[in-house]
Each structure stands twice: as C-alpha cells, then as structure tokens.
Design a protein around this ligand. Structure first.
Ligand code: FE
Ligand code: FE
Length: 295
C-alpha cells in the first residue's frame, strides 16, 4: 500500500530514481557531460514507465501541488527563519533523527550521506568551502521534521510562474496543477523577464531553497549556488531554462554541475567514522559559520 501522505518509503527512493535517470558515467567513457545531446525524449520517458509506483505517486503529488501560490506561502512561512536556533552540528544531529523506514541497499543515515559526500570532495582535493558544502547540502531536509510532506521537501525543482519545461520528469502530471489555468503563468517566460537571473525566479519549494536562506550570509557564492540549485536537474543536467539565466548563473552553474556527481554517486556501504572526522569538520564549520544559525 502506498501511503498517500508519504508515498516514498524514504527520501532515498527519489535519489535512487535520479541515479537511474542519470547513471554514473564509468571512468573510461567520455568526460562527465551535463547535457547529453544523444539522449532522446523517448528514452527519457522510459524512466517514467519503469519508475516504482511510489516514485510515480510522489511526482504526481509534487507536480500537482507545487503552484506559484503554494511557493509564496511556504517562502513567507519558512524564510522568516523563526523556527529554531541551532549550530551546524545540532542541525546535523536533528536531521539524523529523520529515520528512513526501509532502504534495502543501505543502512546509512542522512549524516552518513553528508559525510561521505564531503569526504569524497575532500579526497579529490577541492577547497574547504566545497567540502563544507558537501557536509551541509541536505540540511534543508529538516523540513520533513517540521511535518512537511515529502513532495514539499525533495524532488527535482523547477521554476514556478512560467511554463514547465517538457524535460521535467513526469511532465504529464502538471495537468493536475492549477497554475495551468492561469494564462499569465503558462508562457515560456511567465511572470519573469528574459535573462532576469535565477535569483529573481521562484523555484518549486523544497530543501534547496530553504537551506540557501539559512546559509546565505556565510558561504562563498559558488557554494550557495550548489546548495540552492542542486535539485534543479532540468537545468543542471538537461540544460533547460537558459532563458531565465543571466551570465553569472551560467558561470556559477559550472559549480552546480561539479557538485552533482558527489551528491549522486558517492554512496558506499562503508560507514564514515564520525569520531575520527569530527575535529576536521569542527574546524571547517568554525571557519565559516557563527556559533548559532537561525532556521
Ligand atoms: Fe539534496
Ligand atoms: Fe544529497
């Protein structure tokens, strides 16, 4: 039985589906390509046909309910950052109380995913702010712990208030979205101006945008782009919505693309040793963040 309020057994189901759609290129192949020109529309549709019923139901809810007005109301509610005050470790521990019901492949927690992502970035010799971004990039998922439904926390993000790209997975479910009856939202640009820049664009609501607002005063721009747009697969993987971007967005999306493989492909069964790693990450957190943050 699919739980209507919580179709996914856990948030990993969405991420596993991402990996089916964007499989890891093996080392011998051509270098990582964000946009594969050979990928045809029909192939893309097959991922939909093969998706688990839970994943399908999840996208159905996401695409039905993520309207322009819904996004405005969530922004107003959550971006006041009046729910809690926590430092990064407290937030990591809090997120870790989000227990995934059942994931057959892994018994790793949310914190393990974050540590694995960060450790891989560190092993590849990237700068400190990049490593730190790996550690914290999913902290916005604490929205789940506030009782928000899965479809308002995870899922590929997309702009609201303008036409939905054909390349958004399960596009057909937008038939159920009431914004389709708003002519002002249905043109390619909708309420936006060409090249206005993504900062002016309202994205479907979820963990990316929330964490961006929590961290925006403390991290370099590149890190903030990674946090804010890491689920914007229609743009960073499929090259869509270029007409809303400005030159800075285009430049910064290189970083979003650089981050994505660490997010998707670094899961291993080896549980990171928190005790051993903690001093390094304590230092890193203290370099960038104040004693406490508003959430
Ligand atoms: Fe994420
Ligand atoms: Fe992640």
């Amino acid at each position: 039985m699919i739980d209507a309020n919580k179709p996914l057994a856990d948030l990993e189901e969405w991420e596993d589906f991402l990996k089916e759609r964007y499989p890891e290129p093996n080392g011998e192949q051509k270098p990582f390509q964000a946009v594969d020109p050979e990928k045809k529309k029909e192939q893309f549709r097959n991922y939909e046909a093969d998706a688990r019923p839970t994943v399908r139901e999840f996208y159905k809810q996401n695409h039905s309910h993520q309207t322009y007005d819904f996004v405005q109301s969530k922004r107003k509610d959550f971006l006041a950052l009046k729910r809690r005050e926590m430092n990064i470790w407290e937030a990591l521990e809090y997120l870790n109380t989000l227990v995934d019901d059942s994931d057959p492949d892994t018994d790793l927690s949310q914190l393990d995913h974050l540590l694995q992502t960060a450790e891989q970035i560190r092993q590849d010799g990237h700068p400190n702010w990049f490593i730190l971004t790996g550690l914290i990039h999913d902290l916005g998922k604490i929205l789940c712990l506030y009782g928000e439904p899965q479809w308002a926390v995870v899922g590929d993000t997309f702009p609201v208030g303008c036409g939905w790209s054909e390349k958004i997975v399960f596009h057909k479910f937008f038939e159920l979205n009431s914004d389709r009856n708003q002519p002002g939202f249905q043109s390619r640009l909708g309420v936006y101006e060409k090249g206005c820049g993504l900062d002016k664009v309202n994205m479907s609501w979820g963990h990316d945008e929330y964490l961006y607002h929590v961290t925006k005063d403390y991290l370099p721009k590149e890190a903030l782009y990674m946090i804010r747009y890491h689920s914007f697969y229609p743009a960073h993987r499929d090259g869509e919505y270029d007409y809303l971007m400005n030159e800075e967005d285009r430049k910064m999306f290189q970083w979003v693309r650089a981050f994505n493989p660490y997010d998707l492909y670094t899961k291993s069964h080896k549980k990171p040793d928190l005790k051993e790693l903690k001093p390094f990450y304590d230092d890193l957190i203290n370099q960038y963040f104040p004693k406490t943050l508003r959430w």
